[in-house]
Design a protein around this ligand. Structure first.
Ligand SMILES: [Zn+2]
Length: 507
């Protein structure tokens, strides 16, 4: 309290979407009747922070300035939301009173929420906050003790944990901080644990899944309930390639923002399967004050599975168009729009009719042809347009099941998928794309036409295939060629791809 009387500073960050911006917390004590005010565009939750921090400081046995105290968050123009500024505010107030050395706060990121009793609580977004801070050149941080593991995944930042405000003061006075405690509740598996070897039979549907994985094509399973659509879809992440280091960080950041807790960098692609009753906000992201990521972002770099897709509201299905096109979602808020990545592989599953029984042998379905048509039409053209593979799944007869041999394990299929991806990235190395599903129509048409293109021309003439459909068939044909280890697309590849496009049985 020498140079500037009663002024102290601490550092935190604001998270707008995944973007971290440094925020300076200033605490200033002046003469006058005791009063605390907070400035710098805080939201309602943050305005309550002064009461929370005051109670915590007093509970922990420290004093609160008995005069005018102004807390300012800079830059003032940046909207600030959330409770994670508590630690920064408490540290600045203690420092303004001379209770901790201002030097100990220099270049130190403080991120965490205080309880009224002085305990420090975990907050959402520790991983993206520290990742952003590290890119801003910050090298030290104090986080809630139960999030030391998550914070420690960020390279280049020395992390200390604190379970109470007293622990924080200890750290600021040169103490070691609290050992990280990983709460059981936030331990998380790495994607679904199923395996293709658990799925009996269904060779054609498994092949469709393999082609979808190899070219990263969106996929549509249709068939009666209980034939294994859900189980197959949940196996897709088990045959996709591992996440790259950058992808793993993006996935971890989203999980952290969802409050899911992150104790390791994920290796396998994520899988999200929102229910058709889920709110629009939980599907695409949103929320009253803070726009949180939704299922489309939780599926980023992995799989978004919509079971009983026609049961989703039209609004929900339409909301997938933007992320399918742009690979991200922008959520508008009054102060600022928030952007979350949402580059997922879409898998839809649908029953053949509202009751689900239309396609079963000896059908007992009483749905009218009109209601069946209306049911199928719920998935609109623009969404279907993005789906390259339509795979019917028929119930397996028990006689066939009895004869079924040993099923192939996911890891074997994943090996072939990885080789096919290799071939794609080699072939596409001079383009901005890495997988066949991404290739735009004009690029596909600029390639030499494959053998068997006449089959496609006949399908177009017969009105069985649209011109856009031709591009899709060729994209899938490329993936099939890649899976077969072929250097060019042959007539057989085109024929198989065409049958997948039309959802026919593969001959
Ligand atoms: Zn029916």
């Amino acid at each position: 309290m020498t140079a500037v009387w009663g002024l102290a500073r601490a550092t935190s960050v604001a998270l707008v979407g995944m973007e971290a911006t440094p925020v300076e917390v200033e605490a200033w004590m002046g003469s006058g009747l005791p009063r605390t005010c907070m400035v710098g565009l805080p939201d309602a939750a943050l305005t309550q922070a002064k009461e929370r921090v005051r109670a915590a400081v007093l509970s922990a046995g420290y004093s609160w300035p008995p005069q005018v105290l102004t807390i300012n968050l800079l830059p003032a123009t940046l909207p600030k939301t959330g409770s994670h500024y508590d630690l920064g505010i408490a540290a600045a107030v203690l420092s303004a009173q001379g209770l901790v050395d201002p030097a100990s706060l220099r270049g130190l990121l403080l991120f965490g929420e205080l309880g009224l009793d002085g305990r420090i609580h975990g907050v959402r977004g520790v991983f993206p906050a520290l990742l952003g801070a590290s890119r801003l050149g910050i090298t030290r941080a104090v986080v809630p003790a139960n999030q030391v593991g998550e914070a420690g995944l960020v390279e280049g930042i020395e992390v200390r944990g604190a379970a109470t405000l007293k622990d924080l003061v200890d750290v600021l006075r040169g103490g070691p901080g609290v050992e990280g405690v990983q709460s059981e509740a936030i331990r998380r598996g790495d994607g679904p644990s199923g395996d293709l070897s658990d799925v009996m039979g269904l060779p054609q549907a498994k092949w469709a899944l393999e082609v979808a994985a190899a070219g990263r094509h969106h996929l549509y399973f249709h068939g009666p309930p209980g034939v294994g659509k859900t189980m197959l879809a949940s196996c897709l992440p088990t045959i996709l390639p591992d996440l790259s280091a950058n992808e793993a960080m993006e996935v971890a950041a989203i999980h952290s923002l969802m409050g899911a807790g992150v104790d390791h960098l994920p290796v396998r692609p994520p899988f999200a399967d929102p229910h058709h009753c889920a709110s629009l906000a939980s599907l695409v992201g949103g929320g009253a004050r803070v726009a949180r990521p939704g299922a489309v972002s939780l599926a980023h770099r992995g799989v978004l599975f919509l079971d009983e897709a026609p049961e989703f509201s039209t609004q929900a299905l339409e909301s997938l168009r933007t992320p399918l096109e742009a690979g991200e979602i922008v959520l508008g808020r009054s102060e600022a729009s928030v952007r979350y990545p949402a580059r997922f592989q879409l898998v839809l599953a649908a029953n053949p009719c509202p009751c689900g029984l239309a396609a079963t042998p000896r059908s007992v379905c009483h749905c009218s042809p009109m209601s069946i048509r209306r049911y199928a039409a719920r998935i609109s053209g623009p969404i279907l347009d993005r789906i390259d593979i339509r795979a019917p799944i028929q119930p397996i007869r028990t006689s066939l099941l009895a004869k079924a041999g040993k099923e192939e394990a996911s890891r074997v299929v994943a090996g072939r998928v990885a080789e096919a991806r290799e071939r794609q990235s080699r072939r596409l190395r001079d383009t901005p794309w890495t997988t066949n599903a991404e290739l735009p129509g004009p690029y596909v048409r600029s390639l030499p036409p494959p053998d068997g293109v006449d089959v496609l021309e006949r399908a177009v003439t017969a009105g069985l295939l649209s011109h856009r459909g031709v591009d899709k068939v060729i994209r899938v044909a490329w993936t099939i060629a890649d899976l077969m280890g072929a250097d060019r697309v042959g007539a057989d590849h085109v024929r198989v791809a065409l049958s997948m496009r039309q959802g026919e049985e593969i001959a």
